[in-house]
Design a protein around this ligand. Structure first.
Ligand SMILES: NC(=O)c1ccc[n+]([C@@H]2O[C@H](COP(=O)([O-])OP(=O)(O)OC[C@H]3O[C@@H](n4cnc5c(N)ncnc54)[C@H](O)[C@@H]3O)[C@@H](O)[C@H]2O)c1
Length: 324
């Protein structure tokens, strides 16, 4: 079994690749190492993967069809794909919208085109997001809910991926699972996300901005639970008759952002300086995952409460902050 992981130098991709390698599986990593956030963090994740047997890495842009085809031609043994490379981040899609369509729409198409030609491919798992639920008011979010009210271009590109994947499943029998991730956090995390940037600001004695006084709610999901869910899914490709599906993957707990701040303050031993601003238009009020479907399929049971996950993140963050 050879698994191709795109976005392998990214937060989730690094953890998924590491867990697969620990299970003795061969992993091919692919990433363009773009400078959206500190490239040293991507390189440090990559260094750890490279130190393990069974890992091979290609620096490659998934929207470059020639480069991707060259990797796939060399590796027709690929049996599973975990496609996580994307331009992530809701807010940045106002700053650089074109990068979202380039990586998330063109990149997804290139991956689908390459994947459908792989002779041994059993399952293509790709990243979607809770953001596709947009202005949906029915909680918890279920896979059967309508998802046609995106509130950011990021969400719109991820919904486009789900639709493109459905078409490729229908046309070519490409068996796929789209995973709608709900606010993933943990060690080796993403510096642009609130928990990470808050930790940095609190330690530096700088103010943090909370929207609506920190009353927005998120379903915060610890990285180890996500990895277990992704790997569990990989082993359960959809049936040939219904080759495309999407599944929520979240903690099934809805918590206020100010609770996250309180836990960070406790773990860091410092009080935050808080500024409150109104909620920006691309931020949804609340996210909350119904995880019955993934639970029934894989036995997925998230087991890390925020109160445990945040101190683990902070322990890593202190070490990283001190060394970088
Ligand atoms: N972290 C979360 O809370 C969260 C929530 C919902 C969805 N997601 C999705 O999960 C996936 C992984 O997210 P993450 O948090 O690990 O983000 P990340 O930014 O840490 O990882 C993405 C990786 O993809 C690479 N990449 C970006 N564009 C590329 C391209 N065109 N070609 C090749 N590589 C490219 C980046 O260099 C990066 O290393 C993404 O698809 C993201 O949209 C994440």
């Amino acid at each position: 079994m050879t698994v191709l992981v795109t976005g392998a130098a990214g937060f989730i991709g690094y953890h998924v690749a590491e867990a697969l390698l620990a299970r003795g599986q061969a992993v091919i990593g692919l990433d363009n190492l773009n400078p959206y956030y500190d490239v040293r963090l991507k390189q440090a994740r990559l260094d750890r993967l490279r130190a393990k047997p069974g890992f091979l890495f290609y620096q490659c842009d998934i929207s470059d069809r020639t480069a991707v085809a060259a990797v796939f031609d060399r590796h027709d043994e690929i049996s599973e794909i975990v496609h996580l490379a994307a331009q992530a981040g809701v807010r940045h899609s106002l700053v650089d919208p074109y990068s979202y369509v380039q990586s998330n729409v063109m990149g997804h198409l290139v991956m689908l085109e390459a994947a459908r030609r792989l002779p041994a491919l059993r399952h293509f798992v790709y990243a979607s997001t809770s953001s596709v639920y947009g202005a949906n008011q029915d909680l918890p979010f279920r896979e059967t809910d309508r998802v046609d009210t995106p509130m950011s271009l990021y969400a719109a590109t991820k919904r486009a991926d789900e639709l493109m994947s459905h078409a490729y499943a229908h046309l070519f029998g490409l068996r796929q699972t789209g995973l709608r991730f709900f606010t993933v956090y943990g060690p080796w995390g993403r510096p642009d996300m609130a928990y990470f940037s808050f930790a940095r600001a609190i330690l530096a004695g700088e103010p943090i901005t909370l929207y609506d006084g920190g009353r927005l709610k998120r379903d915060f999901t610890y990285i180890d639970d996500i990895v277990a869910g992704v790997i569990g899914c990989l082993a359960h490709p959809p049936h040939e008759g219904v080759p495309a599906r999407v599944l929520n993957i979240g903690n099934h707990q809805c918590e206020e952002v100010r609770e996250l701040v309180a836990l960070l303050e406790q773990a860091l031993g410092r009080a935050a300086i808080v500024r409150s601003e109104p909620r920006p238009p691309m931020d949804v009020e609340e996210t909350f995952a119904d995880v019955d479907a993934i639970g029934a399929l894989t036995g997925f049971t998230p087991s890390t409460p925020l109160a445990e996950g945040i101190p683990r993140f902070v322990a890593w963050f202190r070490a990283w902050n001190g060394s970088s």
